[in-house]
Write a protein that binds this ligand. Structure first.
Ligand code: UTP
Length: 223
């Protein structure tokens, strides 16, 4: 299968050390034996911290986004280094470059592309562009719940949610730099228009990414 894996920066940088990068590199190398992989890496806390500094300078949201994109590319570079020779040694800045680099047969790792969305949307657009069979979105939660599981003991996780239901849930969320929660609206629009199979899993355990390829896990977004 041709698979796009998006990994939240908050997952990779939770402990601010090399371990999650190495753990993901191990799994990705194993999956690469059977599948063609494209990896999209998010910004996490450093992106939000830098965006906060730039916003306090009074700069526009697009400039804040640009700084966020730079941080996602640094994180992508770190994962690329952990993958060593398996990964293509440059970070694509757009979808055309991603496709071009994949012709090398190596794993393509990238961060953000342009302002006004998050790396969730990059993953969906990339999947559409390269005709991927599956998007796995590794986040910091197990999946989509009917209410906040940190606040409510009786919160129930959805094993499936339709794109329209999901859009209803996230429609009130902010679209400012560094504030995309759970999954952003652009990503949902793309999943809808191209019926891209997308699974949201808890990326704190990288094994969940492997599981998502063959078994039901997390929340499947159906179109
Ligand atoms: P992320 O994709 O990490 O955003 O990009 P996020 O969902 O807020 O953070 P995670 O999921 O916890 O890692 C960081 C920021 O970079 C900008 C946005 O401002 C985003 O919030 N960005 C990223 C873009 O503007 N365009 C892109 O293509 C990617």
């Amino acid at each position: 299968m041709r698979i796009v894996i998006t990994i939240g920066g908050s997952i990779l940088l939770k402990e601010y050390d090399n371990r999650k990068f190495e753990a993901y590199a191990d799994i990705i190398r194993q999956l690469d034996v059977e599948h063609e992989l494209f990896i999209v890496v998010g910004g996490g806390r450093p992106a939000r911290d830098y965006i906060g500094v730039v916003r306090d300078m009074g700069e526009s949201e697009s400039i804040c986004d640009e700084i966020g994109i730079q941080v996602t590319r640094i994180n992508a570079r770190l994962l690329q280094l952990a993958l060593k020779d398996c990964s293509y040694p440059a970070i694509p800045e757009n979808f055309h470059q991603a496709l071009e680099y994949s012709a090398s047969g190596k794993i393509v790792v990238m961060g953000g592309t342009e302002p006004a969305h998050s790396t969730d949307a990059v993953g969906s657009i990339l999947a559409e562009y390269v005709g991927a069979d599956l998007v796995i979105n590794a986040t910091s939660v197990d999946g989509l719940y009917d209410k906040d599981p940190n606040k409510f003991d009786d919160a129930v996780m959805f094993s499936e949610v339709s794109v329209d239901e999901l859009m209803g849930i996230v429609s009130g969320n902010e679209t400012k730099a560094g504030t995309y929660e759970f999954i952003d609206k652009t990503a949902i629009e793309i999943i809808k228009r191209s019926a891209i199979k997308t699974v949201i899993v808890n990326g704190n355990n990288p094994e969940n990414v492997r599981t998502a390829i063959s078994e039901p896990i997390g929340t499947l977004i159906t179109s």
